[in-house]
Design a protein around this ligand. Structure first.
Ligand code: KG4
Ligand code: ZN
Length: 374
């Protein structure tokens, strides 16, 4: 896709992106959609570790403390000033409502003050778009497996912003299952990377955990049964006074997850005749998933792509990339933009006013006028 829109500098668009949907405060500056000038991530992992998971209220407060500094650092690293920014993209869902509201409020205030367009970005879409940054040549269509702490989707990406959801989880997200099993075997938080490491030392065949495929032909996922099977195994072993080899539990659990993910993804690719599979989301960092999917897909002539590790976890750059393509489609938001904790992939923010091409300042001027009349 060509860039038909020129920024303030007369050449390219500069996007400032803000991401605060969970426990990472992040801001990035991008030149057009795919060139990252800066991507600053302030992680709260250490803060939440002692609670064994993200505490929403604590996350929101930390975002409030950090967000200004993170934005300033992103601008400084990119070597640009506020005035040079052409547009602001922000994650408005899905995620923790209080956490999302911090980014959304800051983005709205900045878009208003700078009189530039505001673009609301779907976090799941952001994860997919991390791949466009990783590989500047990548173009839709492709099949995408999105696996993170809060979501598991198998989506056929027909074009930029056009998705056919072929499958999704009916209960736990994949990352959630990793984190819960990690907690049960006494690992820290977040559990995914720790299971990934521990599984390398274990024997995946030592224990058999169920592979849940659901009804015939379904590409949906279900991981809560597998998680319960692991918990039952641990309980039984303890009751019988038998040794628990955590390396084997990690390896066997991980293998059960990966087998289902890979088989369903390959089936999805077959149904669509896709020649490319793209991985996205925090669990896309899993080394065994990356290797297995690549190996199995290549056997049937399908290419597999995934982002580098720092683009797999939550970051502002992926939000900036999605914001750019949304902007090209005319999806700008007004100042009524709000956090939508359960936003679905493919949902587009609808402006509340009738401006054909919403510009932030027009909408706000109208509100001010109304106020003055009262
Ligand atoms: O995408 P993400 O940063 O946040 C959400 O949007 O949810 O994903 C975080 C999830 C956590 O559950 C974490 O345990 C998991 O990704 N994760 C991993 C790995 N790295 C992160 N899971 C398995 N293997 C990994 N290497
Ligand atoms: Zn995420």
């Amino acid at each position: 896709m060509k860039n038909p829109i020129k920024g303030k500098n007369g050449e390219y668009l500069l996007t400032l992106a803000i991401e605060t949907s969970c426990d990472e405060t992040s801001a990035a500056v991008l030149k057009n959609g795919r060139e990252v000038l800066s991507n600053v991530i302030s992680s709260q992992t250490e803060l939440h570790k002692k609670f064994g998971g993200v505490v929403p209220e604590v996350a929101s407060r930390k975002h409030v403390e950090n967000v200004d500094m993170v934005i300033q650092e992103a601008l400084d690293l990119a070597g640009v000033s506020f005035k040079e920014i052409d547009q602001i993209g922000v994650t408005y869902g899905p995620g923790l409502v209080g956490a999302l509201l911090v980014g959304v409020s800051v983005a709205k205030a900045m878009a208003y003050a700078l009189n530039i367009p505001l673009i609301g970005v779907n976090h799941i879409e952001g994860h997919i778009y991390a791949n466009f940054i990783e590989d500047p040549q990548l173009q839709p269509p492709f099949l995408c497996l999105i696996v993170s702490g809060g979501h598991s989707h198998l989506a056929y990406v027909k074009d930029y912003g056009e998705y056919e959801i072929m499958g999704k989880t009916r209960d736990d997200a994949v990352g959630e299952a990793f984190d819960k099993v990690a907690r049960a075997i006494g690992l820290g938080y977040p559990g995914g990377p720790l299971i990934d490491q521990l599984a390398k030392k274990g024997n995946p065949e030592a224990i058999y955990f169920p592979r849940v495929y659901l009804e015939n032909g379904s590409l949906d996922f279900s991981f809560s049964g597998l998680k319960s099977a692991v918990l039952n195994y641990l309980h039984t072993q303890r009751q019988k006074g038998k040794e628990i080899i955590v390396e084997n539990v990690a390896a066997a659990f991980q293998q059960a997850v990966i087998e289902v993910l890979v088989n369903k993804t390959l089936e999805g690719a077959r149904r669509k005749g896709a020649d490319k599979i793209v991985l996205a989301g925090g669990v896309a960092a899993n080394s065994a998933l990356r290797q297995t999917l690549k190996m199995e897909a290549e056997k049937i002539g399908i290419k597999v792509k995934y982002p580098s590790l720092d683009l797999c976890t939550d970051n502002g750059a992926m939000i900036g990339c999605a914001a750019y393509y949304n902007y090209l489609k005319g999806y700008t938001a007004d100042l009524y933009l709000n956090a939508v904790p359960n936003l679905k992939l493919g949902e587009v923010y609808e402006n509340k006013t009738n401006y054909p091409q919403p510009h932030v300042h027009q909408i706000v001027d109208e509100n001010v006028d109304n106020g003055d009349k009262r």
